[in-house]
Design a protein around this ligand. Structure first.
Ligand code: FES
Ligand code: FES
Length: 163
């Protein structure tokens, strides 16, 4: 089947099988390898992308649900100023070790920052936002510290990324 969708702001058309996973389409057809595969079962969050402006696990989305979808991946967000500030905060707080989980945590962080306008956030709220993300090496404390720091910085994340 052929599907039309928007990936990182660009209209694209691609030939796929109905059960091909969004994760594989992004990585194999569009070379968007910043989106990672961890568990492949919707548990770890490494494959997180925005689809129609909501976070999804791309390992769980079949191609047959993608007609006219609007997908934004971590590779499509790297040039935004908010992304650079998030990367810096993660680095400064030692929140990245092997880095495998990081794309998923960063996507959840972006979603949290754009939904919340206050300049502070509680640890429980951060933990809730990361409920779908698993890190096997850094430990969550450093990631939470990075997010707390980001909330003091008045970072502007647009409601939609490409429009
Ligand atoms: S690879 Fe998709 S949630 Fe783990
Ligand atoms: S930094 Fe290695 S899994 Fe999180």
């Amino acid at each position: 089947m052929n599907i039309d969708l928007i990936v990182n702001g660009k209209p694209v058309s691609v030939e796929v099988e109905p059960l091909d996973r969004l994760l594989d389409i992004l990585r194999d057809k569009f070379d968007l390898t910043g989106t990672k595969e961890g568990c492949g079962e919707g548990e770890c969050g490494a494959c997180t992308v925005f689809m129609n402006n909501k976070l999804v696990n791309s390992c769980l989305v079949p191609a047959m649900h993608l007609q006219n979808a609007n997908v934004v991946t971590i590779d499509g967000l790297r040039d935004f100023d908010f992304f650079k500030l998030i990367s810096k905060a993660y680095e400064e707080n030692g929140a990245v070790q092997c880095g495998f989980c990081t794309p998923g945590f960063v996507m959840s962080t972006i979603d949290l920052l754009r939904k919340k306008s206050e300049k502070s956030i509680g640890d429980e709220e951060i933990k809730d936002a990361f409920a779908g993300n698993i890190c096997r090496c850094t430990g969550y404390e450093k990631i939470i510290k990075a997010v707390r720091q980001l909330f003091t910085m008045n970072i502007k994340v647009p409601e939609r990324f490409y429009e």
